[in-house]
Design a protein around this ligand. Sequence first.
Ligand code: COA
Length: 355
Amino acid sequence: MIIGIDSSGFKGEVAIYGGGNIEVHTLEYAEDIPGFLDEKGIKPEGFEAIGVSIGPGSFTGLRVGLAIAKGMAKGRGIDVYGIPTFDGLLFGQEDGLYIPVLHARRGIVFSARIKKEGESFERLIEDGVYPLQEVLGWDGVFIGNALERYQKEFKDRKKVEKFTIADGVARITEMAIRGMGISAVKNPETPIYLSPSEAERKRMGDFDILPVSPQEIPEILEIEREAFVEPWDMRSFLLVLAEGEKCIVWKVVKNGIIAGYLVGCFYGQKFHLMNIAVKKGYRRKGIARALLHNLLKYLKKKGDVIEVYLEVRIHNEPAIELYKMFGFRIEAIIPEYYKNGDDGLLMKLPLSGIQ
Ligand code: COA
């Protein structure tokens, strides 16, 4: 039996391929794949090989997928094959000229222009990170999860809306075992991650992330009050600042203006993300993402933090989406966590296992 895994988007897909049959299942989180297989009575001991998409795709997703594949293979003599995401995506399609489009960031997609002929995938434009507007000018059939996200933009384009990646990943893995999957990488160490940061910087312009000083709290409080129904007061900010190295209080400065901030504290090996907000008029430009990206990079470099956790109001969709994008998952509902009676969600992101 061969297992194909794809976690290049925000969900997990697993293909179970054996005896000429293939089943594909979509799960909310890629991390659930081992538990899901176990529940179905499918044990890793019976795997011939595991295929996993290795990019392009979401940074967190790809790493989680590879970590899962390696975890299941470990100590069992099972080989892991890394399959380029777009080859997995196109494998089951008819021959033709395709433009895979996977959502990377707002207005930015992972893409390429590929001529598919049988089992050969010739790159006419290399896998990379491209502004959506540029990709819309390419000729070919569009396919991938960005179609759903940008329905208006793709309305009159040639497209394939129904697709799976794990299916192709499993089938290419099967060919690789027989020495035929030319694009497969045996036992890959790291995913192929293409950073959207350059395209991102172009979109956002220049900004800096710096520590907040006590004199800046009035400016921060203005953002806090427009962002929350139960805002922190001056004293709360001063208290976290007074904690020194136990807490992080960072601001984003754009054109000399504080556009957003983040607050969190260390509790042993855990980090509690307590507050993040972006000034109105500066939202949806990647500022919160830049703050979180920097935070996670900093915590990983520090090395001793095993988990980041936070609470968020149950209906705060922008924030929940933001956290999910970084791989946070909902652990529990906290009834009436907020003063006005709103329930809270406890969300967690383990840092160990994800390099
Ligand atoms: N609706 C849906 N998703 C949203 C969203 C919205 N209004 N705003 C952000 N997101 C998600 C998206 O996935 C987005 O990626 P995309 O732009 O590629 O689609 C991702 O978050 C990153 O967005 P970004 O531009 O970095 O977010 P931001 O700088 O606008 O800040 C908040 C996001 C939540 C911090 C901001 O809306 C805010 O200050 N809200 C009020 C304070 C708050 O609720 N803080 C969270 C407390 S737990």
